[in-house]
Design a protein around this ligand. Structure first.
Ligand SMILES: Cc1ncc(COP(=O)(O)O)c(C=O)c1O
Length: 358
């Protein structure tokens, strides 16, 4: 068994040697011109990937903290959550733990978020914030952001829109400014293809203005504190400098590949995985029209012995996913994002078949 198998789980994802080497760049001071140049470079690169002029904050902790950051800087009346999987459900619990008035629209796992449900709840006027997960990692379900964007801009222009794009950012084209997303967050261990423990968010003027009027936000997650340092291309506290070098390297790789090609590559890998699964008589967990470009969640209607395949693949040097939480064995995920290219995926699926037939 390889003690460092190649990862096909939906995060952390595969980090190749060249990226590991970028992470090992010598340290630089965090209040120096070098770091400001580095952060400016990264910021501009991320703005390009997200099609936005919004501020980009680079945050040296996991994305879970950004759920709370989004809420603490925006909620006054209340927050409407859409819960269609494990992560969107946890975000709702964060609101409850923070004591915010909230309403949770609950969906069966595998269903996309529906615009009419959001409209119905926002029409009560009781919520000034909408929080949703774009790509539910637990089920490979990707919701349609365009319909929601149209609803918010036409009927609820004051509502602040928070979007968790943890497993879609940098793997799926999301045009932040065109859609009008106020706060979009991700961590680096999914489609960015870096180690975990670092996160990124884009922040609109609307949420920044709102944040000014909110009291008792604390310090660590206050967007206004980030803004002060952002103006110098620095971070409020000492950042994870290896992640910054890693991000710069990934942005250079993205630039070389080209954004359109990157989005196309992810769609092609999704199509390939789906055709492969269909050919084997399997179906998909996510409803049609909401199947993710970065993660395919296969409903195991053929009753494959997932533990056997898992162990065989591990012997060959690959880490597979066996299904999130209650789905274990019943539906499993294949992650095809970030540093995974078509050749990697084909090799994995070839080994997968051998493991099935062994
Ligand atoms: C959709 C989604 N949101 C949030 C998180 C939490 O991210 P982190 O582990 O970086 O806090 C995850 C982690 O897998 C996720 O998939």
């Amino acid at each position: 068994m390889n003690s460092f198998p190649k990862l096909f789980i939906p995060g952390p994802t595969h980090v190749p040697q060249s990226v590991m080497e970028a992470l090992a760049t010598p340290q630089i001071g965090h209040r120096t011109e070098e770091i400001s140049n580095l952060i400016e470079y990264i910021t501009k690169g991320i703005q390009k990937v997200l099609y936005t002029k919004n501020n980009i904050y680079l945050i040296s902790h996991a994305a879970t903290g950004l759920w709370e950051m989004g809420l603490r800087n925006s909620v006054d009346k209340g927050v409407l959550h859409c819960d269609n999987g494990a992560f969107s459900s946890k975000w709702g619990k964060v609101s409850q733990a923070c004591g915010f008035k909230n309403k949770i629209i609950e969906y069966n796992w595998g269903k996309g978020v529906k615009v009419d449900d959001i409209d119905k709840e926002l029409s009560t006027g009781e919520y000034n914030v909408l929080a949703m997960v774009h790509n539910e990692t637990s089920t490979g379900t990707m919701s349609n952001l365009e319909d929601i964007s149209n609803l918010l801009s036409s009927k609820y222009p004051d509502v602040i829109w928070l979007v968790d794009a943890v497993s879609s950012m940098a793997g799926v084209k999301v045009e932040v400014d065109k859609l009008g997303i106020d706060f979009m967050l991700s961590s680096t261990q999914k489609a960015w293809g870096l180690p975990a423990g670092f996160s990124i968010c884009s922040v609109s003027d609307k949420i920044s203005k709102k944040s000014e009027s909110i009291k008792n936000k604390g310090y660590f997650l206050d967007l206004k504190v980030y803004e002060k340092y952002y103006n110098k291309f620095q971070t409020p506290s000492t950042p994870s400098i290896p992640h910054l070098f890693g991000l710069k390297h990934i942005l250079d790789l993205i630039e070389d590949e080209g954004l359109d090609q990157r989005w196309k590559r992810h769609i092609e890998m999704k199509d390939y995985t789906m055709s492969w699964a269909k050919e084997k008589g399997q179906t998909f967990f996510a409803e049609e029209g909401c199947r993710s470009n970065t993660i395919t969640c296969i409903k195991n209607i053929q009753n494959w012995n997932i533990d056997k395949i898992y162990n065989k693949l591990l012997e060959k040097g690959f880490r597979m996913d066996r299904g999130y939480g209650k789905l274990r064995g019943k539906a499993f995920r294949i992650a095809h994002m970030g540093n995974i290219f078509m050749e990697d995926l084909q090799e994995y699926l070839h080994e997968f078949e051998k493991a099935m037939n062994a």
